[in-house]
Design a protein around this ligand. Structure first.
Ligand code: SAM
Length: 465
């Protein structure tokens, strides 16, 4: 197994872009959390993870949280998980009645706030200005198409014009933006225009996101709505070049590695790569925030119980799986007690609060040398969730692929609809790869100046200034 930290991070590139952020190939686990304030929204995107919960006003996840509950969650992120930045979303966070107080509170307790938003309520410049005054750090704007295509996808006439007005307002207010674009069938012919909008408004990063069949889309996704991966890849590759030559970070989320040419595999972000993206969500806090109590306005917040939750998944498999699954999971479950303890890489100071409640945790994934206990926990958690979720599969053809270990595979319904022609097993000269950063080490990512002190060594910081 070609695991280990082959990317020993000796050749660290740091490019100072505008004194507010650098682009670097150095990768550390993220310190960002996420909060869903409730599934109340001013749009109705057909592909949304929460489409049913947004339409059904009686759904327990529909109403917005009280400010007290939102603040409590944020405080737990800081105290229990050592997080220092947060994505606030919903639903639509810009219409949350207490949004300005929440942004102010996040800044006060040391969480740099981002809003993931459709932005349309910020077409009103006075409303937009209040976000600046409250101390918003940046907006992650969802661009789901252009003109009438956008209005159709999000289910509201005139929405695109409002979004463009809002972008203009943010440019005037000098609030940074990043971009999300879900790769729906409708968007494919608008990708050049979306790229141009990102360039015109100085986006720092653009995330092209594979249309996922999770959440409410497990039931709602129609097969004819799934775009073919090869077509997406052909469109995206020249756009990645264009964006990167303008110093914009590009991520291709949830797409299998083999659908793009080798040069662009550094941009592919599957579940294990996203652990090293400072604009993605820290994994143990994600386990906690994903629990129903932390998603519903009326429920009390649960205490953190990260590893017990993971154990429950394991036990679930032992009790409910077929005989073979039972055996495999039992063997995995008892393995930590019968094997010697391997030497894990040290963890950085900022991860100490996470380890606090994981002292007795022993990973049961195979040991990857050079990675910390927490990173092993992250890998194991992803494996368990993948088994339970089953929205993605490794097809028979994937078995001969040398990077299967670090790739999430293909969406099940994609294979049902199109067969396995899009799968092209990858061969690596050194054999199989289990290092999640195998390709990622060559990608340059945004690290904002507020992060430099914990992210870079003193020597590295002296190279920036
Ligand atoms: C659920 S929305 C909520 C925040 C806000 N209302 C917005 O539109 O950005 C957050 C992000 O999830 C993405 N998203 C929603 N459904 C998705 C799906 N089925 N697959 C991939 N991304 C999805 C959206 O593009 C958006 O950027």
């Amino acid at each position: 197994m070609g695991g280990g930290r082959k990317d020993s991070q000796n050749n660290i590139i740091i490019k100072n872009i505008n004194n507010d952020f650098v682009l670097t190939n150095k990768k550390l686990p993220t310190r960002r959390g996420v909060i869903w304030l409730g599934q109340t929204c001013n749009l109705n995107c057909y592909f949304c993870y929460f489409k049913e919960r947004i339409e059904d006003k009686s759904h327990p996840e529909h109403p917005f949280f009280t400010l007290t509950k939102a603040k409590e969650i944020c405080k737990i992120f800081v105290d229990d998980y050592g997080l220092n930045s947060i994505d606030i979303q919903g639903g639509e966070p810009t219409i949350y009645p207490h949004i300005f107080e929440l942004i102010e509170y996040c800044n006060k307790i040391g969480l740099k706030p981002t809003l993931i938003t459709n932005l349309i309520s910020l077409a009103n410049v006075n409303h937009a200005k209040k976000f600046k005054d409250a101390g918003i750090y940046d907006f992650l704007v969802s661009l789901q198409g252009v003109g009438e295509t956008y209005d159709k996808v999000v289910g509201k006439n005139g929405a695109f014009n409002k979004q463009m007005q809002a972008l203009e307002n943010l440019a005037n207010l000098e609030i940074p933006i990043r971009v999300n674009a879900v790769l729906s069938n409708e968007i494919i012919n608008d990708l050049e225009k979306i790229t141009q909008i990102a360039l015109d408004y100085n986006a720092r990063a653009v995330n092209f996101i594979g249309y996922n069949n999770t959440g409410d889309q497990k039931m709602l996704r129609d097969k004819y709505k799934i775009p073919y991966y090869d077509i997406i890849a052909q469109k995206l590759e020249p756009l990645i070049d264009k964006l990167e030559s303008n110093h914009i970070e590009v991520n291709l989320r949830f797409l299998p590695f083999c659908v793009v040419n080798e040069k662009y595999r550094k941009n592919i972000q599957n579940s294990t790569q996203m652990l090293y993206d400072n604009h993605e969500w820290e994994s143990s806090s994600r386990l906690w925030i994903d629990r129903p109590n932390q998603r519903r306005a009326k429920e009390d917040i649960e205490k953190r119980r990260t590893i017990y939750y993971l154990s429950r998944f394991k036990l679930h498999k032992i009790y409910r799986g077929n005989l073979r699954e039972k055996f495999i999971w039992f063997a995995k479950f008892i393995k930590p007690f019968i094997t010697f303890s391997p030497k894990y890489a040290p963890i950085p100071a900022y991860q100490k609060p996470i380890l606090e409640k994981m002292r007795f945790y022993t990973p049961d994934t195979y040991f990857r040398s050079g990675f910390s206990k927490i990173e092993h926990f992250y890998f194991e958690q992803k494996e368990v969730l993948e088994q339970l979720n089953k929205s993605k599969i490794h097809h028979q053809k994937c078995q001969s692929c040398d990077i299967k270990e670090i790739c999430d595979g293909f969406a099940c319904d994609f294979i049902d609809e199109f067969g396995s022609n899009a799968i092209k097993p990858i061969k690596i000269a050194n054999g199989k790869q289990s290092n999640p950063r195998f390709y990622l080490k060559d990608q340059l990512k945004v690290i904002e100046k507020e992060e430099w002190e914990w992210f870079f060594s003193k020597d590295e910081i002296s190279r920036i200034k």
